[in-house]
Design a protein around this ligand. Sequence first.
Ligand SMILES: [Zn+2]
Length: 620
Amino acid sequence: MNTRKHASAATRAAQARVALSLPPDNGADLARARRGFIGSIPDAQVGGAWNMAPYAFLDEPAPDSANPSLWRQARLNALHGLFEVTSGIYQVRGFDLSNITFIEGERGFIVIDPLISAEPAAAALALMRAHRGDKPVTGVIYTHSHVDHYGGVRGVIDEADVAAGLEIVAPEGFLKAAVSENVLLGNAMGRRATYMYGSLLPRDAKGHIDCGLGKAVSLGSVSLMPPTRSIRATGERLVMDGVEILFQVTPDTEAPAEMNFFFPAFGALCMAENCTCQLHNIYTPRGAQVRDARAWSHYIDEAREMYAGRTEVLFASHHWPRWGSADADRFLRQQRDLYKFIHDQTLRLANHGLTALEIAEALELPPSLKREWHTRDYYGTLNHNAKAVYQRYLGWFDGNPAHLHPHPPAEAGRRYVDLAGGAEALLAKARAAYEAGDYRWVAEVVNHLVFADPANAPARELQADALEQLGYQAESGPWRDFYLTGASELRNPRAPASEPRQGALGQLRALPADALLESLAVRLNGEKAGERVIAFTVHFTDVRETFAISVENAVLHHKPYAEGPAALLTRADLVDLVTGSLTLRAALDDGRLSGEGAADLGELLALLDRFDFWFEIVTP
Ligand SMILES: [Zn+2]
């Protein structure tokens, strides 16, 4: 029951069709990805945090179990080492999901985007020093507020450097976006990210091969050092370690806080993550607010107008650079139009009355964009990005009242099974669809049976088989990983846990007091709170901040407050009390919780939910 299957005849035929439809590969991307190679370390291995050795299977030609286009991207993303972008600018690629870039200044190295975790960032810096001299880090720039661009900062600097005057430069709004974007829904997004990045899958030709955006997510220590300087406006100029930098702020594009910048002395343009060698996500399937495709396109165009004429090399924080102002200009125009095309055409078709599913099915890129490799579905897809644009403007409802109030999955599932004439009849129909290669349909109908009866082993197995073939065929790394992780969890059900198994604790511990209390509001169990009215004061002894806390109408509020008897504790102890690793009794006994508000805090804690990280996705 638990075995993975080979690619079916229908999947083999689908891969062959993809191979025939791909743009001719003139080797330009491979040349770009290899250009300027200086050296690496064996398999880019950094302890248990990162290792390219498991991906040696990518040396083989594309197997039947992988989309040939994704396979090509996976091979390009498997290159690793230190690369010269231009004299004075170097990148370490293939040491994490993202790139780390070093600019040679007068005294040392300016670091752009120190990866996800400290160990790979430190290894990248060591590689840079081994080849370019044992020099200090003289500044850090975060291009934007996503963790793969700041989480490894402690691998390149520490607090003493900042105390000694080292600047960390980031776009305005960086810190708020970095700590808040993923907090209120940290558990749900974290769990869904295990699907999106394939973190539970084996690394082989039937498992995880690539994220599209990069190879995988590193597993070292993640932290955040706040910026010391914010870039507020386009046109701001800064000289760091003797290097002149011109900034363009690009809010609400790929991230809420992001910026591109230009180095006049090098003729080098950094496009942050606004341009990558793929179609990016207007909506990220791990779950997040939909991005603004129109603003994204606008800022790419603005960058092109401001800098393209002077650009000798364009680089970004994922994938490989492009050299020459003609290539950079062409790339920027195509990336600009990729996002605006999806935006405008989705709205055009919506104005004709088409709904999200219909638009996503109908949209096709124009031939001039289709001919390019960097417009392809490796990370985002044309299909789910069109749905995202629809959602941003029109929301989840398609206007058809039949979809206004349908039954939820298990309820609907029971009725669909009944309609099909029972589980056996449904499975017989679904098996015929599977034999015909209609895996999308199998996934839809067998899902009804799995949700009606999750213990039905043949249903789970057929559903897993269908998702697996869809995964093999997917061009998008995240789609492949979603499908294959779903198949794996259907085949190998997780043992139920008596206690919630929680994730994202590190994230909670890093929160300012205000954001921590904000996150408690979404843990308040509305049913349990009922008509309870609670009001008390809490004083955080570690940061010396006091808040008035209240519960009424099953809603938790907090406000900064100065006086009154309070519950006294640290933020860390509150996190432990909320997650259950510290009991109220123990906290009171050893004095970690004290003061007159302690009993009220205990009453509140009893109303807060704990979230199980491993909630089910492909079963009810
Ligand atoms: Zn990134």
